[in-house]
Design a protein around this ligand. Structure first.
Ligand SMILES: [Zn+2]
Ligand SMILES: [Zn+2]
Length: 339
C-alpha cells in the first residue's frame, strides 16, 4: 500500500510523493491522519537554519488521526478511535524512563523530527500504540493538534511549581507563550502578562482576553508594583532572557522553554545574590500529554483561537514559501487531509 506524504526534498523545497507503508509490527499502530499542525520548529527547520530537520524528511509532530490498525491484540480497543499522537518515542527501560521522565530519555526519538522517523505531514503514520491519546470527537481534528503545544505549556507550568498567588510574566506571545497562558488558567493562576513585540501577535492574543504588552512597556508596568515571582521565557534569546532577569522579583523562578539560540549568558549575581532559580522545560511527560487531551475536550471554547489557518498537503509548499517570505501574519497553520 502506498500513501501520499509531504517530503522536504531539500531545504526550502517540498514535493508530495507516494511512499510505501512499512510493515506494522511490535506495539505499533497505523493511524490515518486527519490533521497535522505546522510547528514553528518545522518552519525554522525547513530552511536549514536550525540543523534540526533534514532533506528527504517527512516532518509533522502535532497530529490527530483515526487508528486504522494495531499490531498487538491488546491494543485492539484503539481501532476506530480518534487520537492525538505523542511524538516522543522513549526506551521505557532506562533510569529516566523508569522515574516518569521519559520525555528526556537519552535515547528518545521524535516522530517527524529525528532523522529516519517519518512524521505526520502524510496520509498515514505509524506510532507506538502507547503514544496515542484518545480525544473527544467534540474536538475538531484541527483543534486536536493543539494538544502537543498545550502540553508544552502545561509542563512548563508544572516545572515552575506554579501556585495561586504567583505573579507571572510570559515572554513571547507566539503559540507556546499562548499555551503557557492557557496552562496558567488551567491551574487557576490568572495573574499573568504576556510580553510580545509584534503588534499583530498582541492583537491575536486579545482573542483569548489575555493581557499582552510590548517589552518596552514592562518597566512602566513593574515600576510601582511587585515584580513577577515566575517568568517563562518562551523565546530563548538574549533579549528575552535579559528581560526575565530585569523584571523578575528576588527569589523568582525563571523557566526557559524557548530555544531561539543555543547559548545564553547568565547575569550571575542576579542568580547567586538574589537566589533566582533557572529551570529548563522540554516537551511533556506522557501523562501530561494524555491529561491535556482530556482537558482540551472540556475546554474547547477557551482554546479555539489557537488555530489561525487551515491548508491542504497540495498547498503546503506554497504556505512554507509564505512563511519564509516573512510578511504572512499567522498563528498556527494546520494541514488537513482531504480523504
Ligand atoms: Zn512543535
Ligand atoms: Zn529511556
Amino acid at each position: 500500500m502506498s500513501f501520499r506524504s509531504l517530503v522536504l526534498t531539500n531545504f526550502n523545497e517540498f514535493a508530495v510523493e507516494d511512499r510505501s507503508l512499512a510493515k506494522l509490527e511490535g506495539d505499533n499502530a497505523l493511524i490515518k491522519i486527519l490533521a497535522t499542525a505546522i510547528c514553528g520548529s518545522d518552519i525554522h527547520g525547513a530552511n536549514g537554519s536550525t540543523g534540526r530537520r533534514f532533506p528527504d524528511q517527512v516532518m509533522g509532530h502535532e497530529a490527530c488521526g483515526i487508528v486504522e490498525k494495531v499490531s498487538a491484540a491488546d491494543d485492539s480497543k484503539l481501532v476506530g478511535k480518534r487520537v492525538v499522537i505523542n511524538p516522543l518515542i522513549s526506551c521505557h527501560r532506562c533510569d529516566l524512563c523508569l522515574i516518569g521522565k521519559e520525555h528526556v530519555c537519552r535515547s528518545r526519538k521524535v516522530i517527524g523530527v529525528t532523522k529516519g522517523v517519518d512524521g505526520a505531514f502524510a496520509q498515514y503514520v505509524i506510532a507506538p500504540s502507547r503514544n496515542l491519546a484518545v480525544i473527544s470527537e467534540e474536538v475538531s481534528p484541527t483543534l486536536a493538534t493543539t494538544v502537543e503545544p498545550l502540553s508544552v505549556g502545561f509542563h512548563a507550568v508544572i516545572r515552575a511549581g506554579l501556585v495561586k498567588g504567583d505573579k507571572v510574566l510570559i515572554i513571547g506571545g507566539g503559540p507556546i507563550g499562548q499555551a503557557i497562558g492557557l496552562a496558567c488558567i488551567r491551574v487557576g493562576v490568572g495573574d499573568f502578562v504576556i510580553s510580545e513585540p509584534a503588534e499583530f501577535k498582541r492583537r491575536y492574543i486579545s482573542k483569548y482576553d489575555f493581557r499582552s504588552v510590548p517589552p518596552t512597556e514592562l518597566s512602566k508596568i513593574y515600576e510601582n508594583s511587585t515584580r513577577p515571582t515566575v517568568v517563562f521565557d518562551a523565546v530563548g534569546n538574549m533579549h528575552s532572557f535579559s528581560d526575565a532577569f530585569n523584571y523578575s522579583d528576588v527569589g523568582a523562578r525563571i523557566i526557559l522553554v524557548g530555544m531561539d539560540t543555543p547559548n545564553l549568558a547568565i547575569p550571575s549575581y542576579e542568580v547567586s545574590a538574589d537566589e533566582r532559580t533557572i529551570l529548563g522545560s522540554y516537551c511533556y511527560t506522557d501523562k501530561e500529554f494524555k491529561d491535556t487531551a482530556t482537558w482540551l475536550g472540556l475546554n474547547i471554547a477557551l482554546v479555539e483561537p489557537f488555530i489561525s489557518d487551515v491548508t491542504t498537503m497540495a498547498k503546503a509548499p506554497e504556505m512554507f514559501a509564505r512563511f519564509q517570505e516573512g510578511s504572512f501574519e499567522y498563528n498556527r497553520v494546520v494541514i488537513a487531509q482531504d480523504e
